[in-house]
Design a protein around this ligand. Structure first.
Ligand SMILES: [Zn+2]
Length: 359
């Protein structure tokens, strides 16, 4: 039987553990890490940002007058875990959700927030809403149709039989999508932003100054950043992604100038859309240098009469590749799949050159 003394000790131990948990990293959903960025500022992020499903970071800002959440993950089950954690760290409701851009790894969880907090406003740039209306339903329908007949275990077993290591890596990432999203997609409701930002929204909310700002076209046409000037923290969305940038259908030429404006904010802490928090501008500068080299290389290739089909052999980004990849197979796959192939095409089209139809 438990004596009063041991009961007090047990309670004290629980309180101590809760304190340690509040200040340290925690796993509240398998494969993700909940960490503290500052006072009332939390980050929920995939532990391995390049593993499947490729998912966004999500930032929780407790203001003293409601909670703001920036980006809502690809999987509503993960969002529900974040909501449960928010309810452990504060009694305040979520009042605002920001979608930094339209991609489903930043927006699928909107559904979970709308269910838990029906009055929460969902903020995005007007181009983001337009892109969501145009692209999101088809993207989700395509995922649902593709994943329905598949089993993640079978894809993993098939990956084990492949001799081609890069192809096997692609299979494993895909298995991650199937495992995470197949149970969720049939129930997923697409919840759209209801509060639009054109250029800048600045508010004092409780004890925090929050600026939601469109700095220009970048990874998409409608990326907004969330800037907490008093905290020195800038949440970048996919304008900045680590350890490898993503460049699908990106207006690359504009993106460089947008990142110059981002650098000029003077933020001390950059929270990328994916990957590790940056405490200085070194990584940002490497990405800017890569984007400049890509756009310059593509422009020169075009001026030399190189056709689009021969672009990858004509634009040499190997010195940048070495810095980003550094011999790591996961990063090599991400470099080729998420940056090099889509980035060359994006640079080509963003310079106004036509892409021939596939034969
Ligand atoms: Zn993303």
């Amino acid at each position: 039987m438990r004596t009063p003394t041991t009961l007090i000790s047990f309670r004290w131990l629980l309180a101590l553990l809760a304190t340690v948990a509040a200040h340290g990293d925690e796993v509240i959903y398998p494969g993700y890490r909940w960490s503290t960025l500052g006072d009332g500022l939390y980050l929920h992020s995939p532990i391995s940002p390049l593993a499947g499903p490729v998912d966004s970071n999500s930032v929780v800002i407790v203001t003293g007058d409601g909670v703001w959440v920036v980006d809502t993950h690809i999987n509503p089950a993960v969002s529900r875990a974040v909501i449960a954690q928010i309810q452990r760290v504060t009694e305040q409701p979520v009042t605002h959700v920001v979608n930094t851009h339209w991609h489903d790894d930043h927006t699928n969880g909107n559904h979970a927030y709308r269910q838990a907090f029906p009055d929460a406003k969902i903020i995005a740039h007007k181009s983001t809403l337009a892109a969501m209306r145009r692209e999101w339903p088809a993207m989700i329908a395509q995922r649902q149709q593709a994943y329905a007949p598949l089993e993640a275990d079978q894809i993993l077993a098939a990956a084990d039989k492949l001799d081609d290591a890069e192809a096997a890596l692609g299979y494993r990432i895909y298995a991650g999508y199937v495992a995470a999203l197949k149970p969720e997609l049939p129930e997923l409701q697409l919840v759209y932003p209801d509060t639009l930002v054109e250029d800048r929204l600045e508010v004092q909310y409780g004890n925090r100054r929050i600026i939601v700002e469109w700095l220009g076209r970048g990874n998409t046409h409608g990326d907004v950043v969330v800037w907490l000037p008093d905290d020195g923290v800038l949440i970048t969305g996919d304008l900045l992604v680590a350890p490898i940038p993503y460049a699908f259908d990106s207006p690359m030429a504009d993106w460089i100038e947008t990142l110059e404006r981002l650098a000029a904010t003077g933020a001390r802490t950059l929270v990328p859309g994916h990957g590790a928090v940056q405490r200085d501008n070194q990584y940002l500068e490497r990405v800017m240098s890569l984007l400049r080299a890509t756009v310059t290389g593509v422009r020169k290739a075009r001026q030399s009469g190189i056709p689009f089909s021969e672009l990858s052999g004509a634009v040499d980004l190997s010195s940048h590749e070495q810095g980003f990849v550094g011999g790591d197979p996961e990063r090599a796959y991400a470099w080729r799949t998420y940056y090099l192939a889509p980035g060359l095409k994006s640079a080509w089209t963003s310079l106004g050159f036509p892409v021939p139809d596939p034969q």
